[in-house]
Design a protein around this ligand. Structure first.
Ligand SMILES: *[C@@H]1O[C@H](CO)[C@@H](O)[C@H](O)[C@H]1NC(C)=O
Length: 131
């Protein structure tokens, strides 16, 4: 049941982005792929890491240079109200984030990088806080 709702939410986001950016040239939509965390990454709750993404091929015009990083579990965006980071320059290629200490351990987490649109990292693992 969850996956339908979450797919719906993600689809809604994409549609919203399309509507918002409709008058703008499609080539300007910039969705850099997330490089880290990658599949197999383990971050403990409460720890701080750099999320990195590929900025090797930016378009000349970027409609929204400000980025936002949101944690997702399964296909569900969690913490949309409290993004891991926001307002940073999407062309930095990296952003430090701290995983909330109360994040439940799980192996189906991902981070979603939002610029003009959203882009998921591969699924990675969050373990219990380090002792
Ligand atoms: C993230 O990257 C910056 C710049 O390279 C570095 O100064 C910082 O120590 C890094 N943070 C972590 C948690 O690795």
């Amino acid at each position: 049941m969850f996956s339908f709702a979450t797919t719906f939410i993600l689809t809604l986001f994409s549609l919203l982005t399309l509507v918002v950016s409709a008058p703008i040239d499609a080539r300007d939509v910039y969705v850099p792929p997330v490089l880290y965390p990658r599949s197999g990454t383990v971050w403990s709750a409460g720890s701080t890491h750099n999320v990195t993404w590929d900025i090797s091929d930016p378009p000349k015009q970027i409609t929204n240079k400000r980025g936002m990083i949101v944690l997702a579990k399964g296909n569900l965006l969690i913490g949309l109200d409290s993004p891991l980071a926001k307002g940073f320059d999407i062309l930095n290629g990296r952003q430090e984030v701290t995983i909330p200490a109360d994040t439940a351990p799980g192996d189906d987490y991902s981070v979603v990088l939002f610029g003009d649109s959203g882009n998921n990292s591969p699924k990675f693992t969050i373990s219990a806080p380090a002792p």
